[in-house]
Ligand binder design. Structure first.
Ligand SMILES: Cc1cc2nc3c(=O)[nH]c(=O)nc-3n(C[C@H](O)[C@H](O)[C@H](O)COP(=O)(O)O)c2cc1C
Length: 182
């Protein structure tokens, strides 16, 4: 399997722990994984975990001194970008063209010759919300690949769509996407 550079961005969902399995599998397969986190994601997962899993620094603050233009360098060099898990908030923000923190700013600077995947994870009402559904449609039109969500028990107690796809399935989709881009 070709070894690739993968940018993975985590946003503020309980499913951040599942993204750790995705990262771990990708690293074990030999891929270089570059982690980026939103402020909310850091409420669910720690920098040390992500650094440990990827063996790389975690990009989380655009304004960190000496790293101001690093985001541009980062997206120029990767083979694929994915938001996993993607919150309703980030999906709606991206579709509105907002770039007010690290995850959305990297998306605005993305070159769509490189695959961009979004793996939503949220409560079923957030997922079915007209704003979220409309935004997913807009993002698809722009060339983003939206991964399916699983239907089932959610952290809030509801049963329905919006659960993050299982980590191994996500890893398989990433690898297929990388292969088709060769
Ligand atoms: C305990 C808890 C769990 C949450 N889980 C989710 C979730 O799974 N999906 C989601 O879209 N938002 C979830 N949220 C809300 C987001 O964290 C919130 O909208 C936040 O502003 C998202 O910021 P971000 O998109 O920049 O990471 C949760 C909030 C809390 C307090």
């Amino acid at each position: 399997m070709k070894k690739s550079k993968i940018l993975i961005k985590l946003t503020g969902s309980i499913a951040c722990y599942k993204a750790c399995y995705v990262i771990s599998h990708l690293v074990q397969q030999g891929h270089e994984v570059y982690p980026v986190v939103s402020k909310s994601a850091l409420e669910f997962i720690g920098l040390a975990t992500l650094e440990g899993l990827t063996r790389r620094p975690v990009y989380h603050d655009m304004w960190e001194r000496k790293k101001a233009l690093e985001h541009i360098e980062l997206i120029r060099s990767v083979d694929l970008a994915i938001i996993c898990p993607a919150t309703a908030n980030i999906i709606n923000k991206l579709a509105a063209g907002i770039g007010d923190e690290v995850v959305s700013t990297l998306f605005l600077a993305h070159d769509f010759k490189i695959p961009y995947l979004i793996a939503p994870a949220m409560n079923m009402n957030m997922f079915n919300h007209p704003a979220t559904q409309k935004s997913l449609g807009i993002l698809k039109e722009w060339g983003v690949r939206i991964l399916d969500t699983d239907c089932g028990h959610q952290a809030c107690g509801d049963i329905g769509p919006g659960r993050l796809m299982e980590p191994l399935q996500i890893v398989e989709i990433i690898n297929k996407e990388l292969k088709s881009g060769v």
